[in-house]
Design a protein around this ligand. Structure first.
Ligand SMILES: [Zn+2]
Length: 394
């Protein structure tokens, strides 16, 4: 298999090089508070059959990958949900079962291998939490150093997780967007590989593996895939996997991807309608998809338009209710961002054919932000000392 970069904006091809992050021509038109211009996509050329090994479709040779079991997450068949909702071919792809409990491990895994291939031992990034804790864990397996810029508002479990894996963490007094700018300033000044999403082409490329796995697990692609969306990087990674399968001649159609945003962080949703990105302060219980400026927004928007995708929004109340429903009917505790995808499905399910193949992508585990889940449950106020304190049957 041959690999190269191609600019997602102007189509210019480039040789893969760790010093190249975005297309230099398109980057000249970059405006502040706007999604990245010139996001580079990895392009592959070669042959593969249906039984392909996922590693063979990645642009870094296998020996450079760290010894940690990323990916191969289960595709659940939620029998109770299927029955209660009337969708016989509903599936849940549970990426909370990655080593650091989120889908971000797929990107970290490839970035770590890419850095190792070029002898780079420090990885720098900004994160709302999951990407940072993920990079810290995967890099720990690789023996690489991680410098992380994390908003001070990130859920504590994600901060603790990153520190536990040995990352150097700078807590930023500001939103993700401020952390993002600081991470770029840091890597420009002190070196290291910057892994901030979209800015590092390997983040999109690593995330494509989720679509490759879904294809192999279903022996086909689904009709609909629900993906929660913040900066648009997972969305683009999901599309990239299907596009690769198309280039290899293994599929003839790209699934309808439904991007689900939190109503309080809906920049892509607004741009889908108006064609323009407008930075607005964002707030949602789903911290992983809370961004003012979707860094990969331009690229994600182009893919949605090219493949007849949709963008919908759900309220925080809908997310919390969906999170609780998912847990109580399937035994899967998703973080709010993952539950947002399920909330999106619940919102538009009346529009979908009951026989359709539907995959809900759950992007992270609920224990990473247990405080958020408290909003959907009732913690007993009273403590007891003996069983006589319990009113049974009440
Ligand atoms: Zn370009």
């Amino acid at each position: 298999m041959q690999f190269s970069y191609r600019c997602s904006d102007c189509g210019q091809p480039y040789t893969i090089d760790p010093k190249l992050t975005v297309c230099p021509t398109c980057a000249k038109q970059q405006a502040p508070d706007q999604p990245l211009r010139g996001v580079l996509e990895v392009e592959l050329a070669g042959d593969a059959d249906k039984e392909f090994d996922v590693f063979d479709l990645l642009p870094v040779p296998r020996p450079y990958f760290p010894p940690i079991p990323v990916g191969n997450t289960p595709l659940w068949q939620p029998v109770n949900l299927r029955r209660s909702l009337g969708f016989a071919n509903l599936y849940i792809k549970d990426d909370g079962l990655n080593p650091t409990c989120s889908l971000k491990d797929r990107a970290s895994f490839l970035v770590s291998a890419f850095a190792a291939q070029y002898g780079i031992n420090e990885i720098v990034l900004a994160s709302t939490g999951n990407a940072g804790s993920s990079m810290a864990g995967v890099a720990a397996a690789a023996g690489q150093k991680v410098t992380l810029f994390l908003p001070a508002t990130a859920p504590e479990a994600k901060l603790i997780q990153a520190l536990q894996y040995g990352a150097t963490v700078h807590r930023v007094d500001g939103p993700y967007d401020a952390a993002y700018d600081l991470s770029l300033e840091y890597s420009n000044r002190f070196g290291g590989m910057n892994r901030s999403t979209a800015y590092n082409p390997m983040t999109l490329e690593g995330k494509k593996t989720v679509s490759l796995e879904i294809f192999q697990q279903l022996d086909d692609v689904p009709d609909y895939l629900f993906v929660s969306t913040g900066d648009g990087c997972i969305l683009s990674g999901v599309y990239k996997g299907f596009q690769d399968l198309g280039h290899l001649g293994l599929i003839r159609r790209i699934p309808t991807v439904i991007s689900v945003q939190a109503a309080g962080s809906d920049a892509l949703h607004r741009a889908f309608q108006t064609g323009k990105f407008e930075a607005r302060p964002s707030q949602t219980v789903a911290d992983s998809i809370c961004v003012d400026v979707p860094r990969n927004g331009r690229h994600a928007l182009n893919q949605l338009h090219a493949h007849n995708g949709r963008v919908i929004t759900v309220s925080d109340e809908e997310i919390i209710a969906a999170q609780a429903r998912l847990s109580r009917t399937t035994g899967l505790f998703s973080e709010p961002a993952g539950a947002a995808a399920f909330a999106g499905f619940l919102k538009i399910k009346a529009e979908l054919p009951p026989a359709a193949g539907i995959v809900i992508l759950v992007t992270g585990n609920g224990l990473k932000d247990s405080i958020a889940a408290r909003r959907g449950i009732a913690v007993p106020a009273e403590t007891i000392q003996s069983l006589s304190d319990i009113t049974k049957g009440s």
